[in-house]
Design a protein around this ligand. Sequence first.
Ligand code: NI
Length: 239
Amino acid sequence: MLITLPDLLPAEQVLQCRQILASATWTDGRTSAGHVAAHVKANRQLAQDDPVARQMGALITQALRRHPVFQSAALPAQILPPRFNRYEGGEHYGFHIDNSIFRLPVEATSQQALNSSASTPTLLRSDISTTVFFSDPDDYDGGELIIQDTYGEQRVKLPAGQAVVYPGTSLHQVTPVTRGVRYAAFFWTQSLVRDDSQRSLLLQQDIAIQRLIREGANPEIVSQLTGVYHNLLRQWANP
Ligand code: NI
């Protein structure tokens, strides 16, 4: 399942972030790639402990918490702090599949431990990938995110402030940026529901229920379907 979030960040916030990104300190993206991915990766990234990355990452995470479509589609259990990349002058990232397991940064873990008495896992399974676009498509050539999914190849190049959400299992690449600069954020989410097809069924049912409510359907039917939704989620969720 591949979905786009057309209204994740307001234009004003995107503009501020882009100004910050333009003057940030960038490092070679290969240092954070796995052994195999490093051979196909040529871009630059912000260091994960860069205060600028943390500040803008927090903005994105807050926006996701408020976003009903992301919540309904991703059913997030944990979100890894967003990272930021920059492509220009022919930089690209060839076809690859992202790592399956990530370690949560210590500060994210301790922050969650403060908010909850439950023991906090320090490892995160990357069920879902998200890319947030910070450059407008007219400002650069190339730089398409190409994702192989069950229905073939999807080519994604969204306006600034929009995001694409797709399964972490997908083969994907970023084509060379041949003019201008492409800034983006990317991050992984561990979902309550590991399987993409199960998440997709839950999303479709949720959309149908919301539509019935909007159209003033019989509350008893809505309640019955909502109960089925929750019983499916109970069966499939792995919090
Ligand atoms: Ni990737």
